[in-house]
Design a protein around this ligand. Structure first.
Ligand code: ADP
Ligand code: MG
Length: 258
C-alpha cells in the first residue's frame, strides 16, 4: 500500500485546518438551485460518504469540488487556499483532486498503462520511464498489474473502475472523489471495486464518496452526510445515522434503499 500512503502530516496551521472546506456553496442551473448553501469540511485522512435521493445534488457537489462546475456563491478551499478560477493555477488545482465517475471514463484508444501515465507525463512533465514504473505499482495495488497492456474495451466494468482509480492516484491527489463508482456494475464487480476503495480508506486516503452501497458507508465512513433538495439535511457517524436517523427524510430514504 506504500503507493497510496498519504503525505506526511503537516505541522503548524496546516495540521489543524480542514483539507477541503466548502463554505456556503450555492450552485444554480438557470432558475433551479441545485446546491443551496453547502457547508462541509473534510479533515486529512477522513472518509465522508454522501447519501441522498436522486436529484439531491450529490454529483453537482462533486463536480463543484473538482471545479468542473463553477459555484455561484460561497467558496471551496483546498488546504486553506480558495479554488483558482482559470489558467494554470486551475489546472494545478484540478490535479490535486482525483475523481472516479459512475461511467467508465478511460481513454478508449490508449492502453491501461498509458491511461495511468498520461496526466503525470503531460501535466507534470514526469519522464516516461518514471511514470510507467509508478503506474505499474499503482496498477498492482488495485489488482490490475496483469492488465497494464490491455485496452479499455477488453476490460470488465470492475477492471475499468480499478484502472480509473489507479489513474486518479497517479497524480497524487490530496483528495479522491467517487461519484457512484459501482452503480453500473454487477454485484461481483461491485465487490472488487469496493475492496479497492476500502484499502484506500484504510491507508488514510482522504475520500468523498457518493454511493448507494450502504455496507461501504457503514464500514468505511468516518461521517455520513445526507443530502436532499440541494442541502445537507443530516450529518452523523455511520452507526448513529443507520440506527437512529434524526430526520424523517433520512428515515424515508433509508427505508427506500434497504
Ligand atoms: P444527484 O447526483 O444527487 O442525483 P445531481 O447533482 O446530478 O443530483 O442533480 C441535482 C439537480 O440539478 C437535479 O435536479 C438535476 O436535474 C439538476 N442538474 C444537474 N446538472 C444540471 C445541468 N447541467 N443543467 C441543469 N440542471 C442540472
Ligand atoms: Mg449523481
Amino acid at each position: 500500500m506504500s503507493a497510496a500512503a498519504p503525505a506526511p502530516a503537516p505541522t503548524g496551521p496546516a495540521a489543524t485546518r480542514p483539507l477541503v472546506e466548502l463554505r456556503g456553496v450555492v450552485k444554480r442551473f438557470g432558475e433551479f438551485t441545485a446546491l443551496d448553501g453547502i457547508d462541509l469540511a473534510l479533515d486529512r485522512g477522513e472518509v465522508v460518504v454522501i447519501l441522498g435521493p436522486s436529484g439531491s445534488g450529490k454529483s453537482t457537489l462533486c463536480r463543484c469540488v473538482n471545479r468542473m462546475e463553477a459555484v455561484d456563491a460561497g467558496e471551496i478551499l483546498v488546504d486553506g487556499v480558495p479554488q483558482p478560477l482559470e489558467g494554470r493555477p486551475l489546472h494545478r488545482f484540478r490535479a490535486e483532486v482525483g475523481m472516479v465517475f459512475q461511467s467508465f471514463n478511460l481513454f478508449a484508444h490508449k492502453s491501461v498503462l498509458d491511461n495511468v501515465t498520461l496526466a503525470p507525463r503531460r501535466v507534470r512533465g514526469v519522464a516516461r520511464r518514471e511514470a510507467e514504473e509508478r503506474a505499474r505499482a499503482l496498477l498492482d495495488q488495485v489488482g490490475m498489474g496483469h492488465r497494464a497492456d490491455a485496452y479499455p474495451a477488453q476490460l470488465s466494468g470492475g477492471q475499468s473502475q480499478r484502472a480509473a482509480i489507479a489513474r486518479a492516484l497517479a497524480m497524487d491527489p490530496k483528495i479522491l472523489l467517487f461519484d457512484e463508482p459501482t452503480s453500473a456494475l454487477d454485484p461481483e464487480m461491485t465487490r472488487e471495486v469496493l475492496a479497492t476503495m476500502r484499502q484506500l480508506a484504510q491507508a488514510g486516503t482522504t475520500m468523498l464518496v457518493v454511493t448507494h452501497e450502504m455496507s461501504f458507508a457503514r464500514d468505511c465512513a468516518d461521517r455520513v452526510v445526507f443530502m436532499d433538495g440541494g442541502r445537507i439535511v443530516e450529518t452523523a457517524e455511520p452507526e448513529a445515522f443507520f440506527t437512529a436517523p434524526k430526520t424523517d427524510r433520512a428515515r424515508e430514504f433509508l427505508s427506500s434503499v434497504r
